[in-house]
Design a protein. Sequence first.
Length: 92
Amino acid sequence: MWIILGVAAIITAILNVVWSIRNKNAKGFRFISLSLTALTLCAFYSANAKWVINEDWFALMDVVPTMSKALWVLTIVSILINSISLFKESDR
């Protein structure tokens, strides 16, 4: 589930930038993208909690170390991409 939410967050972030460049109102895409980013993090945390409850330590050892770093990077990138439209609006 978190992969689907993450891909949707990336798509809406790109739409945010494209609409902002075309001088259209991109506030909706910005909100949706940041919301999907937050939901992605929550879904990943929920999956990890389920693995802990099921005592699936191999899944945790396999996925969490790599994906925790990736989620930090992708969250920062999402914030930066979505901030492009904010700076674009302030230039008008």
